[in-house]
Design a protein around this ligand. Structure first.
Ligand SMILES: [Zn+2]
Length: 460
């Protein structure tokens, strides 16, 4: 790992050479004030209130001159409101959606070294629950709208900002609810969302990630049944052994490698950063699906997870007494399915891998698949250009998330969604959902400039 680190630093010594245009003092203050207000209103599921937060942001927009009709707080349930605001453009192009979620993961004061609901600036970082996930982007969207208003900027398309509820937990998922009940207010050509962002290591910028797709979460239950009997007289057919046999076959099975546009781009870019054998293997799979290279890379779990659908046993139960033959054994198998792949075909594959009619394979939860967003030139080109302008030499990296986000509702609703922020975080210091969540002060303001510039470019 040390060796790899040195290579990275030699390859991309750009941490200090950034050319991000600085924010003027007033804009810096405005952005910071909005951010502080967002972090300091608790929006956890247990004690928070998303509606209060949405109203606070709505008031700021109205104060900035937005007509009340263009600033709506839409509320499916009293605490779970969503803000949808619109800066009207010439209508030359279809609107663009700027999305962030208001809710945050629970944070206990006693677990943290600082108060999670006070925005604290310390040692070059902003601390607070949601400081990264996802109130930085929420603040930047509001500040960007206000900046455009102050400049009398008229975009060539409407700009819609939606700050929504229940991305993390809760049953009132704002994006899903808006699409179902108020499609007209969020309908757009494409959306920018969380799920991307820059990666750095010890202050050195590695790449600017653009999330364009995500894997699909699906679980199956594998069950074997037997008439059982006294354990003093064992019989050949045993529910636990039968299940174990099946699981052993599953453990040995690997779904075929299937790269898509996004993961090919990811491996091509990562090849330049990693170098060495891993780098040439990445190039070989991206360019020609090379089998030997794929086999070597599959040894690394984080690469493997981006190369194929995976299924893994995560829970096990069986038997009913210490002195009885088991009548039932079952395992939970959690799969992460590549976007665009039919989850039912994964079940069929499991059945044929297990190759035992005695093992039932049933769905545990309904899959919510979402196809990858196409890497639209209209969106990727400006991201490339602004990244090169701000952080010369730092590549733009398309990403496929191995987890799931609100992007899936939008993609399924026909709105291509890109995770992009221009906020760089240390890949070895990920704190979202954890204690002492923080992001760099410099990186926050750079992200504000990046998104402001990007949105303007996309709407000019
Ligand atoms: Zn988030």
């Amino acid at each position: 790992m040390r060796k790899k680190l040195i290579l990275v630093i030699l390859a991309f010594p750009f941490g200090a050479a950034a050319a991000v245009p600085p924010l003027d003092d007033a804009t810096r203050q405005l952005t910071r004030d909005i951010y502080k207000q967002l972090v300091e209103i608790n929006t956890t599921e247990s004690a928070g209130n998303m509606t209060t937060t949405a109203e606070a942001m709505a008031a700021r927009l109205r104060d900035a001159g937005f007509p009340a009709a263009d600033v709506q707080v839409l509320v499916p349930e009293p605490r779970h409101g969503n803000l949808v605001a619109r800066l009207r453009g010439t209508g030359q192009k279809k609107p663009m959606l700027l999305l962030a979620h208001l809710d945050v993961v629970e944070a206990k004061r006693e677990d943290w070294s600082v108060d999670p609901f006070t925005l604290l600036e310390k040692d070059g970082y902003f601390y607070g629950r949601g400081s990264g996930d996802d109130k930085a982007m929420a603040a930047i969207w509001i500040a960007t709208l206000i900046r455009f208003k102050q400049e009398h900027f008229v975009p060539n398309r409407d700009l819609i900002v939606a700050l929504t509820s229940d991305e993390e937990t809760g049953v009132y998922n704002g994006v899903q609810w808006l699409l179902q009940n108020h499609r007209d207010v969020v309908d757009s050509a494409f959306a920018l969302n969380e799920g991307g962002g820059g990666a750095m290591r010890k202050g050195h910028y590695l790449y600017n990630g653009v999330g364009a797709s995500e894997k699909v979460y699906v679980s199956f239950r594998l069950t074997t049944r037997n008439k059982g009997g006294h354990s003093s007289v064992p019989v050949k057919l045993n529910a636990i052994y039968e299940l174990a046999d099946g699981l052993t076959k599953l453990a040995a099975y690997q779904f075929p490698m299937k790269l898509n546009e996004v993961t090919r781009g990811y491996f091509r870019n990562l090849a330049n950063i990693e170098g060495g054998t891993a780098g040439s293997d990445m190039r070989a799979i991206a360019d020609r699906d090379d089998a030997a290279s794929a086999a070597r890379l599959s040894e690394t779990p984080s690469y493997n997870a981006r190369m194929r659908t995976t299924c893994v046993a995560t829970r096990l139960e069986g038997g009913h007494a210490d002195n009885a033959l088991p009548q039932m054994a079952s395992a939970l198998v959690n799969c992460r399915v590549l976007p665009g792949e039919d989850p039912e075909s994964v079940r069929t594959t499991l059945v044929s891998v297990l190759n035992d009619p005695g093992i039932e394979v049933t769905w545990v939860d309904r899959a919510r698949p979402s196809a990858a967003s196409p890497l639209m030139h209209e969106v990727m080109q400006p991201i490339e250009e602004i990244t090169q302008q701000f952080w010369p030499g730092v590549p733009v990296m398309p990403l496929m998330a191995t987890g799931a986000s609100d992007g899936l509702y939008l993609r399924n609703g026909g709105i291509p969604t890109y995770g992009v922020s221009g906020i760089f975080t240390d890949i070895d210091d990920s704190r979202s959902h954890g204690r002492d969540e923080r992001i760099g002060v410099q990186q926050f303001f750079e992200g504000a400039q990046f998104l402001y510039t990007l949105v303007k470019r996309l709407a000019s």
